[in-house]
Design a protein around this ligand. Structure first.
Ligand SMILES: [Zn+2]
Length: 301
């Protein structure tokens, strides 16, 4: 039994409380209005169906409240943690919110564009299709979001975890980024060279052929990248370079064959323009794989 249930309906007893902790109480069905309350922690109250509008509340934890369908728009709220709330379909647009943690919210389709938000953890939200471009964000955790295709280019972002995003195709150049985790992103083909990056995790990225050579990088993890053939020595130490080269060459040959078949089908006069075709082919390959990789493979052949 939590502090609220112990009141047995006489909520006068809770007067003057600035902080209220009633997490894990399955018998709790509602939260009384408590004047002056600043912090409310009602995590894992599985019988709770709603949270009242509490004026002046600054911090609200309601993770795992599985019956909640709505969070009130509480002006002045600074921290909102509402992970594992499958009934939530939206997050209120609270101006001044600094931290929003809404992991594993199965019904959530979008994140409001809250100016001033500094930390956003919206990982494992299966219906989320995009992350808003919020200039003030410093930390972004959007890993395991199966519908996200791109990451907004937020200058000032310092920490980005976007691993396990199966259709993420692009990584923007984010000036000032210090830590990046893009492990297990099969569609990712490039990681930009970000000066000042200190930690990079890109294990198991089959689309990568190159890891940027960033001076000052303190930690680098890139195991199980089957096509990685270019990068700083300690990146290449983590893969089987010989095998990777064979794979890349096979893929390059496949692309050349496809181009040749295409040219024949389109009846391009290949024999008349051998040089231009070669240049065109190389350009295409370079766009797909990056200049360094193609050049190195050409030398190896
Ligand atoms: Zn209780």
């Amino acid at each position: 039994m939590c502090i609220i249930c112990k009141c047995n309906g006489d909520y006068q007893k809770l007067r003057g409380h600035r902080e209220l902790y009633c997490s894990g109480c399955s018998g709790l069905t509602q939260i009384p209005y408590i004047e002056g309350l600043q912090i409310l922690d009602c995590d894992n109250c599985t019988g709770l169906t709603e949270i009242p509008y509490i004026e002046g509340l600054q911090i609200l934890y309601c993770d795992g409240c599985t019956l909640l369908t709505e969070i009130p728009h509480i002006e002045g709220l600074q921290v909102l943690c509402c992970s594992h709330c499958p009934g939530l379909t939206q997050i209120p647009h609270v101006e001044g919110l600094k931290k929003l943690v809404c992991q594993c919210c199965l019904g959530l389709t979008q994140i409001p564009h809250i100016e001033g938000l500094q930390e956003l953890a919206c990982n494992s939200c299966p219906l989320l299709t995009e992350v808003p471009h919020i200039k003030s964000l410093q930390e972004l955790y959007c890993w395991n979001c199966p519908k996200i295709t791109r990451i907004p280019r937020i200058e000032g972002l310092q920490h980005l975890d976007c691993d396990r995003c199966p259709i993420l195709t692009e990584m923007p150049y984010i000036e000032g980024l210090r830590e990046l985790d893009c492990t297990n992103c099969p569609e990712l083909t490039q990681i930009p060279h970000i000066e000042g990056l200190q930690k990079l995790r890109c294990d198991n990225c089959p689309g990568l052929t190159e890891v940027p050579h960033v001076e000052g990088l303190k930690k680098l993890f890139c195991r199980d990248c089957p096509y990685l053939v270019s990068g700083p020595p300690r990146a290449l130490e983590q893969v089987n370079l010989q095998e990777n080269f064979q794979r890349v060459k096979k893929r390059l040959r496949g692309i050349i064959c496809t181009l040749q078949v295409f040219c024949e089908e389109q009846r391009f006069p290949i024999h008349e323009f051998p040089d231009s075709l070669q240049v065109g082919t190389l350009k295409t390959l370079e766009q797909v794989f990056g200049t360094t990789v193609v050049q190195r493979c050409m030398i190896q052949q």
